[in-house]
Every structure is written in structure tokens, then in C-alpha cells.
Design a protein around this ligand. Sequence first.
Ligand code: HPA
Length: 279
Amino acid sequence: MKNSMSELMKHLNESVKYIQSVCEAQPKVGIVLGSGLGNLATQIEVEKTIDYKDVPHFPISTVDGHFGKLVFGKLNGVAVFAMSGRFHFYEGYSPAQVSYPIRVMKLLGIETLLLSNAAGAVNPDYKVGDLMIINDHISFFMPNPLVGSNESLLGVRFPDMSEPYDKKIIEAAKKIGANFQIDLKEGVYTGVTGPTFETHAEYKLIKAVGGDVVGMSTVQEVIVAIHAGMKVFAVSVVTDLGIREDNNIITHEEVLQAANAAEPKLTKLLKELVVELVH
Ligand code: HPA
């Protein structure tokens, strides 16, 4: 076990070394773009793009709507490192692989992580296209990526999770929402493994336990980011209404379409937010 963890550090160092060898930028802000939300990357004044397949030990994304590129550049004048396309547990990656890029970001010097995702709403007040700031999460049978021996170079054995989503960043985002008339909900993200969408009974259960939206990503990345001492902010784009019972069939195409349609609002929010982060 001990050996496999040092193997992890060895791999991480090789990934980081490769990235540093092709790109000199040293951003402090990392961004993870969710399903159908990769267009935000087009707003980045690109300094360097790196294909995942060129980074040693990086997983490769297999899902439609995910591009599979690391983008270094300036978003609204602020140096950022964006992952266009993420890895999901349902693709067959281990939780440690899903969260591997977050650790790479940490070792590259990223201090604040902004994540986005597509999610289904179980809060009946939400509409398709709404943005929801995540203020807490429930891991709904998503395996914890920290299971296994702890790599103390990355973080402590028992990380506190009482406030994974940074309150100050949430407040800054809400101010931006008010200033730019972006309606922002705020609530709890429920992380599931997928790849099936939920049954009606499951959507009801998720609502009953306190979830507002449900999705197949983010939780494992956030756990690893908190373990590594990063500040985290995350937003869900509501792409479907899981709680509706009338002939409500949910498809991946519909999710991508709704995410694309709402993407300009998310882009605006993140463009303004990165400026606040460096002030
Ligand atoms: N459930 C789970 N994941 C999702 C959903 C959903 O309804 N919509 C987008 N991702």
C-alpha cells in the first residue's frame, strides 16, 4: 500500500514536470468545465493548450460533450488553468483517477478551484437553465477518493468537511449575480455514480434527504481539493427536472443542449468571479 502511494506521488510529479516543461504559466485559479460547458474555454485568451493524452498518467475523457484539453491562459485578464472535459466514475475510472487532475493542479500551484457541472433538479422551485451555487454536498454512494493509505504530502488522514464550499467566494458570486441580473439559486448537490439517470423513487429520495440537484461528478474532485487545502467554489447548471413525474424521460442530448443554452450565464459569472479572486 505504501509503495502504491509513493507511486502516486511519482506519477503526479511526472505529470507536473511535463506540463511545466511545455508551459511556463503559473496560474492560481483552476477551472473544471462540466458536460456541455466546455465553451467557456473559448473565452480564455489561450497561452497554451495541452491534450490530456500528451500528459503522462493523465486519464482520457470518453464522453460526448467533453473536450479533453488543458487550457492555460487569461480569463478576463486573470491567469487560469482550465480543464475542458473531466473524468467520471461511471466511465470506469477509479475515484483516485477521477480526481487525479485536481492533485496535478494543486502541485502546479493552483489555490482556488472553480467547478461546474450539469445536474438534474429535485428542488421543485428550479427550472431548466437555472444556475445553482453549491453550498454543500451529499455523497450518495459515490466512493470516497481518499480511501486507501493517506499520502501525507497531499493532505491529512481525516480532512474536515464542515465547509467545503468557500463562503467568501459564494458571497462574491452572489454579488455578481445581483449586479449582472444573473438569477442564482443556492443549494445542495447530491453526487451519484451514474451512468443511469435516477428512477422517480430515487429523485424523491434525494429530495427527501436534502438534495436540491443531483449529478454524476464534482463530489470526488471537491473531496480531493479540500484534502489538498484548496479553496473550492462550484456551480450546477440545471439541465433537467428529475422531480417531474409526467412522462419525463431524460437523455444525455437534452442535458448537453440545456447546458449549452445556459453556458453564457455561467461564463459571465466565472469571468467576473476570477477577477474578484485575485483582488
Ligand atoms: N441525474 C444525474 N445526473 C445528471 C442529471 C440527473 O438528472 N442531469 C444531469 N446530470
